[in-house]
Design a protein around this ligand. Structure first.
Ligand SMILES: C[S@@+](CC[C@H](N)C(=O)[O-])C[C@H]1O[C@@H](n2cnc3c(N)ncnc32)[C@H](O)[C@@H]1O
Length: 253
């Protein structure tokens, strides 16, 4: 999503480059029409080729431009995604994690520009079979994984994962650097639960998926969006769900 589209007229490729450079040093080029000409303008302005990304990597959402015709381009300084098409592809680990669900967690961390550091604590709700647990443990975090079902046996090699069997929502707020949730439940139930956590002040960084059955409910998405320091995104790796990202640590430090 491009939020503040503006038009720029140019006489030549060099002129377009010069004008774009005065607005921002780095751009994402969205190739749609006149791709050859656009690519020539983009040369030297776009610093990254988006192939498979090695996590952890911070993915800032750069300003983006696209050509409208030979002498006009449209650009936006406020874009919602780090790549101009919204697609993000990571180098995957196909051996240990029991599913590919960790890709949406990686994507959320990359967009936030933060992820759990070695030694930080993470409470993870709805952890089974354990691909998020794997991703968190690989970062060196200390993970408390809660689920009604057990973790996959591949996770037993990680001493920094502690598994707790039971109902995620019976866990009371406690000191933790991160709370992440991939629990399958009604978004309203999750909202009530995270509101309780936010009020407790015990944790400042949250990443939770809001899952929908059938048509998504925009009203509940809006309530998550209105929580302090929050955004709700439909990530490239989300299915019939969206991701709530909340980072209260920046302002309260
Ligand atoms: C989509 S799966 C999580 C997948 C996980 N993120 C991964 O990467 O492997 C959702 C999980 O939520 C769990 N779940 C649903 N309701 C729960 C509850 N009230 N308490 C604990 N776990 C719950 C289910 O058992 C299921 O394992």
């Amino acid at each position: 999503m491009w939020r503040d589209i503006q038009l720029l007229e140019f006489k030549s490729i060099t002129d377009a480059k010069k004008k774009l450079k005065t607005i921002s040093k780095r751009w994402n080029y969205f190739g749609d029409k006149l791709n050859r000409r656009g690519a020539l303008i983009a040369e030297g302005l776009t610093s990254k080729k988006w192939g498979s990304i090695e996590f952890p990597t911070s993915l800032p959402a750069l300003p983006a431009f696209t050509l409208l015709d030979t002498g006009r381009l449209a650009y936006s300084l406020k874009v919602q995604r780090p790549t101009s098409s919204g697609e993000i592809s990571f180098k995957e680990n196909k051996k240990i994690p029991p599913s590919r669900a960790y890709l949406k967690l990686w994507e959320a961390f990359s967009i936030l520009g933060k992820w759990p550091q070695a030694g930080e604590s993470v409470i993870e709700l709805g952890a089974s079979p354990g691909s998020w647990s794997w991703a968190l443990a690989e970062l060196g975090a200390t993970v408390l994984s809660v689920d009604r079902s057990p973790l996959h046996e591949n996770l037993s090699r990680y001493p920094n994962i502690r598994f707790q069997k039971g109902d995620a929502f019976s866990l009371e707020p406690q000191k933790s650097d991160w709370l992440v949730s991939d629990v399958i439940c009604f978004p309203g139930k999750l909202l009530e639960y995270v509101t309780h956590w936010l009020a407790s002040g015990q944790c400042q960084k949250f990443i939770c998926t809001l899952k929908f059955t059938g048509t998504p409910d925009p009203a509940i998405v809006d309530r998550f969006r209105r929580l302090p320091h929050s955004r709700v995104l439909h990530l490239f790796h989300n299915k019939n769900e969206v991701t709530w990202i909340c980072d209260a640590s920046v302002v309260s430090r």
